[in-house]
Design a protein around this ligand. Structure first.
Ligand code: BES
Ligand code: MN
Ligand code: ZN
Length: 498
């Protein structure tokens, strides 16, 4: 989709979408188009009981008196609640309506609430573009018989603003973030026969073109380092386990202490010998959503040349049942030296993170580490599918993550940790077991991971509920969300750039 920023004027072809605040009479462009259409637009709004409340959309086809195919009026809610996120929703809702409607071009005009801060105009326009681009995401690579009427038609988007130059500038960096999100979504959506650990690493290598340094460790390298926790997970797979290491050196001092992000990248999780039930197992292709978010974040940081040194590490492995697979009852030694009794081979994500986190902190000595993982079904039970679980040993880092999540509409909820949960993973034969009891499953998983974090600020995001959406919502179409890329990008932008 081609995106332009233009003067706020009514176009003379294609479609027009207007974002209108609640309770406004017909003012500005809405009044103009109503007059041009000899009152047809105003009547249509009245007839459909449009008030401008959030979520309302009225579509008027071929209004008389104008050459436009359609006028879309999108409610933006109370003027006092307006923020750039509301503008983003207008972009997303417009694209949701028009993407495969037959319409080829649309102009979107936002009616800024009276008394808005002057600098909000350009930012709002850029966020319209963000919502539109993200919501237009499709993955049609493997379709060969799609009907003409199901194919996207919308090719050109013009966004009205009084500050075209500033809007373009704001969009340059937002677009880099959107591309990072799309990259993550592609990784998550690819089927597991196509995207296995080596293929994931190969696609990440391509990011060298953006200026990232990328290294890939294979099984031999990992065995030398003693990473038998992650290697144990891959024993049953024909595919080689990989550790992906990405570095972005954007700070003025290329050797300044970095920040670090670590992702769970199980490219398919059958459960291993503790095999999962058949129905719904196909969903486990998205068990690499944490690794995809970390890689998408690195894409975004490099794309917008963020002034920060950041490390991205992904443990990439396939969890399969096989004669060579690890068994319940096995004891493995992690890179940290701590031993783990495997009681359930389906609790594999924490085994992946254990070695990836240990490696990360020892090699890079970062300021903090944030890990992302589709770790537990239990977090879906606790928080539902729109909020991810946050676990942390550091109140400042937790507060920054919570704030970033709110601003990007990728929300987090902080969960408890502590001694009382930690003792639930003690083992009679090894240093710990890889499952807790029947209760607090997301917490015992976090406690397990924490045993591989030394005294540095750390946070763990359990994204098992948010990495994939059963329904379209806001800027996310149905399917892979890329959850985490925007949240972490904002964390970096607001707190760690020099
Ligand atoms: N990948 C799953 C968690 C998951 C479930 C992600 C649903 C996305 C949607 C993870 O590896 C797993 O199997 N967890 C087990 C842990 C249990 C065996 C302690 C679970 O949640 O049931
Ligand atoms: Mn599992
Ligand atoms: Zn898993």
């Amino acid at each position: 989709m081609q995106i332009n920023f233009v003067k706020s004027e009514i176009p003379d072809e294609g479609a027009l979408a207007i974002g209108a605040p609640e309770g406004d009479d017909l003012t500005g462009v809405l009044d103009q188009i109503d007059k041009q259409s000899k009152g047809a637009v105003g009547r249509a709004l009245k007839a459909s009981r449009f008030t401008g409340a959030k979520g309302q959309v009225v579509e008027i086809l071929a209004p008389s008196g104008v050459d436009l195919d359609r006028v879309l009026v999108v409610g933006m809610g109370k003027p006092a609640d307006f923020n750039p996120g509301v503008a983003e929703t207008v972009g997303a809702q417009t694209v949701a309506r028009l993407l495969a409607s037959g319409e080829k071009s649309v102009t979107i005009l936002i009616q800024l609430p009276k008394g808005s801060a002057p600098d909000i105009d350009a930012e709002a326009a850029a966020r319209v573009a963000m919502g539109a681009l993200l919501r237009s995401y499709r993955f049609d690579l493997y379709r060969t018989t799609q009907k003409k009427n199901d194919k996207p038609t919308l090719a050109k988007l013009s966004i009205g603003t009084g500050e075209t130059a500033d809007a373009k500038k704001a969009w340059r960096s937002l677009e880099a973030v959107a591309r990072g999100v799309q990259f993550a979504r592609d990784l998550v959506t690819e089927p597991p026969n196509v995207l296995y650990p080596e293929e994931f690493a190969k696609r990440a290598r391509k990011l060298e073109d953006l200026g990232l340094e990328v290294e890939v460790l294979g099984e031999k390298d990992m065995a030398k380092l003693g990473m038998h926790s992650i290697l144990g997970v891959g024993l049953g797979s024909e595919r080689e386990t990989q550790l992906l290491v990405m570095q972005w050196k954007g700070a003025r001092d290329r050797n300044a202490q970095p920040i670090a992000f670590v992702g769970k990248g199980v490219t398919f999780d059958t459960g291993g010998i503790s095999l999962k039930p058949g129905p719904g197992m196909e969903a486990m292709k998205y068990d690499m959503g944490g690794a995809a978010a970390v890689t998408g974040l690195m894409h975004a940081l490099a794309g917008r040349k963020a002034k920060v040194n950041a490390i991205g590490i992904c443990g990439l492995v396939e969890n399969m049942p096989d004669g060579k697979a690890q068994r319940p009852g096995d004891v493995v030694k992690s890179m940290s030296g701590q031993t783990i009794e495997i009681l359930n081979t389906d609790a594999e994500g924490r085994l992946v993170l254990a070695d990836a986190l240990w490696y990360c902190q020892n090699r890079f000595k970062p300021k903090f580490m944030v890990d992302l993982a589709t770790l537990t079904g239990a977090i879906r039970v606790s928080l539902g599918l729109e909020i991810a679980g946050l676990f942390s040993n550091d109140d400042d880092l937790a507060a920054r993550l919570l704030a970033a999540g709110k601003a990007e509409n990728e929300e987090l909820w902080r969960m408890p940790m502590g001694e009382r949960f930690d003792k639930l993973i003690d083992s009679p034969i090894a240093d710990m077991k890889n499952i807790g009891g029947a209760f607090g499953g997301s917490i015992t998983a976090a406690q397990f991971i924490q045993r591989f974090v030394n005294k540095l600020p750390w946070a763990h995001l359990d994204i098992a509920g948010t990495a994939w959406a059963e329904e379209a919502r806001g800027s996310n179409p149905k399917g892979a969300t890329g959850y985490g890329v925007r949240l972490l990008n904002r964390l970096v932008a607001e707190n760690y750039e020099s």
